[in-house]
Design a binder for this molecule. Structure first.
Ligand code: OGA
Ligand code: NI
Length: 353
């Protein structure tokens, strides 16, 4: 498709403010070409570790070892008995679904690409820069948000859920990450401020008539310290399991929904700060004829990260060399959008020494 036709199609789609759900509600039976991706069906079975966080105090060294092993390899793990009540999880998923299920008129006031707004509903944050659009709509909420900024469907639920994830699970994870890096338990929280901010992205993946032609979320790594993801029972999240010997042998492995579990993954900030000991791994979401699928990501990063001059620097044990130059959150996030969608490139490459 010629570039100007594509741009017109993107603008027309964006102008509806109705997202992908709007297309599905209008009865599309074919995926429009702006959503077409190069297929990548490399698939492999791999079990992302499940870590049980109950009885923390008696099993601490074993838990640190499990977190360390996962963070150093696949970069993903699931947690159970994590302290976030199941009612809060199901209420959060239901709130995202009910926001999206409203008529366009109710959602349109929140539809914006203005990054200055803390609450943004949009289809495809990178609609105009990514090579192909994704079969997904997102309600992004940067916390803390004023109650009146939040749509009614999420007003009570989202801040409560984000607070529980931050205080009950986020703090624990940061302690375990700190210890896994050989640092004092409170280091990442107290010295590095990794618990200071959380943003919530409520994703809505409508059923797709031709799932093999598109993707729900394109391959990416997260520009966060770490991410905690809640997914419903439908599935579709996949992580790239790398083959160290031969990158061409890398393949996508499913991260299957597990009742009551939350998915945790290392983000780019932590890979840089850990001087490559922890891995921020590419992941994606495939589209599905079944839907909608709902997921909720809690992104741990400083509020206003996209314009933050906060410095990220490798924490290097004595005797080791730094693998990265220091940078700022803003610079790393800008680089993320520059390379997003280019296969095999990480935004971190740009800062590598
Ligand atoms: C993300 C993400 C996965 C999902 O929001 O960064 O990877 O399952 N989401 O929605
Ligand atoms: Ni992600």
């Amino acid at each position: 498709m010629a570039a100007e036709h594509r741009l017109l199609a993107l603008k027309a789609f964006d102008g509806t403010k109705a997202g992908v759900k709007g297309l599905v509600d209008a009865g599309v039976t074919a995926v429009p070409s702006i959503f077409h991706h190069q297929p990548d069906h490399r698939h492999r079975h791999f079990t992302v570790p499940v870590i049980d966080l109950s009885s923390m105090s008696s099993r601490r060294p074993a838990l640190v070892a499990q977190v360390k092993a996962a963070a150093e390899t696949v970069g993903f793990f699931q947690v159970v008995n994590h302290g976030v009540p199941e009612e809060a999880m199901s209420a959060m998923l239901a709130a995202v679904k009910s926001f999206n299920d409203q008529p366009v008129e109710a959602k349109a006031p929140y539809y914006t690409r203005d990054r200055g707004r803390r609450v943004r509903y949009q289809s495809n944050v990178d609609l105009f820069t990514s090579p192909a659009a994704q079969w997904r709509d997102t309600l992004f909420m940067e916390m803390p948000a004023e109650p009146q900024e939040l749509p009614a469907a999420c007003r009570g639920v989202a801040p409560e859920y984000a607070g529980l994830v931050q205080q009950r699970l986020g703090r624990t994870l940061l302690e375990l990450f700190s210890e896994a890096l050989g640092l004092r338990r409170g280091y990442m929280e107290e010295e590095q401020g990794c618990l200071e901010g959380v943003s919530v992205a409520g994703h809505y993946y409508p059923a797709c008539p031709e799932p093999h032609l598109t993707l729900g979320t394109i391959s990416h790594s997260d520009t966060t310290f770490f991410t905690v993801l809640l997914q419903d029972a439908i599935g579709g999240l996949q992580v790239l399991v790398e083959d160290d010997e031969d990158r061409k042998q890398s393949a996508w492995a499913d991260v299957p929904p597990a009742a009551g579990a939350l998915v945790v993954n290392v983000g780019d900030f932590l890979q840089l700060m850990s001087n490559d000991r922890f891995k921020s791994v590419e992941h994606r979401v495939v589209a599905n004829t079944v839907g909608p699928r709902v997921s909720v990501a809690c992104f741990f990063r400083t509020p206003g990260a996209a314009s933050s001059t906060r410095v990220l620097a490798p924490i290097v044990p004595d005797g080791d060399g730094a693998r990265y130059r220091s940078t700022t959150m803003e610079e790393l996030i800008r680089q993320h959008y520059r390379v997003k969608g280019l296969h095999g490139t990480s935004p971190l490459d740009h800062f590598r020494l």
